[in-house]
Design a protein around this ligand. Structure first.
Ligand SMILES: Cc1cc2nc3c(=O)[nH]c(=O)nc-3n(C[C@H](O)[C@H](O)[C@H](O)COP(=O)(O)O)c2cc1C
Length: 266
């Protein structure tokens, strides 16, 4: 089958996963790039038509060594007819642990045929200018690697004659996967003096945890602490002032400062 389209399917609150997938697609000689963004809260209940056979790149960030549960729930709503897929996780320079294996297994369960995989590095959700953790990544070097990887996977795909002769894709990770971290309800807050009530925080929240009326109201029980609202607030009014998270961010800033590089499996 000729592959003239690549479909990008991702959950990406702070957009680093989306950037990596888009760079990979730019390395492919395809006429069309389709995108299915599973980040908005509607993706939790939306019905999706069965996917075709087009080459697909599935991407999600790593949360505590696993896929975010919200990404899993949304990806489970998809059904593919054996489309070839590249599975990609993006992590904040600490570790990706079982997340890539989890995404590969999930892809198989939903009917995809994983033919390549990658673990890329993105700016950590908790990174700030004064407390950087992989700040500014993916950078030019990461995006070039993603583009070249897309090119190499596409070449591999065009050489596949019989899928049943393809070796099974092996990726790092353990099963049973590491236990999901339980955390208390917590959320960013809003500095009223700086807030313009523009509603950006509510628009970008993947969990519908923020409502903006005469003030910004956040439901900590829904919040994923993904930092999408903090990073997109135009006036810097949205801040993460939760002691536990600030301690984690300090630890990451100290212990995960050494640059990690993407790992590719083809
Ligand atoms: C709740 C939470 C848990 C995270 N856990 C990890 C982790 O285990 N390892 C890691 O390296 N980065 C971790 N990160 C950082 C994200 O994986 C990283 O910032 C990623 O680039 C975010 O992807 P996105 O921009 O597509 O949302 C975590 C971020 C959040 C919000």
């Amino acid at each position: 089958m000729p592959y003239d389209t690549v479909k990008l399917i991702y959950f990406s609150p702070t957009r680093t996963t989306q950037k990596i997938l888009q760079a990979m697609a730019r390395g492919m000689p395809v006429a069309r790039i389709d995108q299915l963004d599973l980040t908005p809260p509607q993706a939790e209940t939306q019905s999706f038509a069965e996917l075709g056979e087009e080459l697909t790149i599935l991407g999600a960030p790593v949360y505590a060594g696993r896929l975010p549960i919200e990404a899993v729930r949304r990806l489970r709503r998809l059904k593919s007819r054996e489309a070839p897929a590249i599975v990609v996780v993006v992590y904040g320079n600490r570790a990706y642990e079982d997340a890539l294996l989890e995404l590969k297994d999930l892809a198989v369960e939903q009917g995809f045929r994983p033919l390549a995989a990658g673990a890329f590095i993105g700016e950590h959700s908790y990174s700030t200018g004064n407390r950087p953790i992989a700040h500014g990544r993916p950078d030019e070097a990461d995006l070039n690697q993603a583009r070249e990887f897309g090119q190499r996977v596409f070449q591999k795909l065009t050489r596949v004659r019989k899928w049943d002769r393809m070796p099974v894709l092996e990726v790092p990770g353990n099963f049973p996967y590491k236990e999901r971290m339980k955390r208390p309800p917590e959320a960013p807050s809003t500095q009223e003096g700086l807030c313009l009530l523009c509603g950006t925080c509510a628009t970008v929240c993947p969990a519908a945890a923020v409502v903006v009326e005469e003030a910004v109201i956040t439901e900590p029980e829904r919040c994923l602490v993904c930092q999408a609202c903090v990073k997109s607030c135009p006036t810097g009014a949205r801040v993460m002032e939760v002691e536990r998270i600030n301690k984690v961010a300090e630890w990451l800033n100290t212990h995960c400062a050494l640059r990690k590089e993407p790992e590719l499996f083809l």
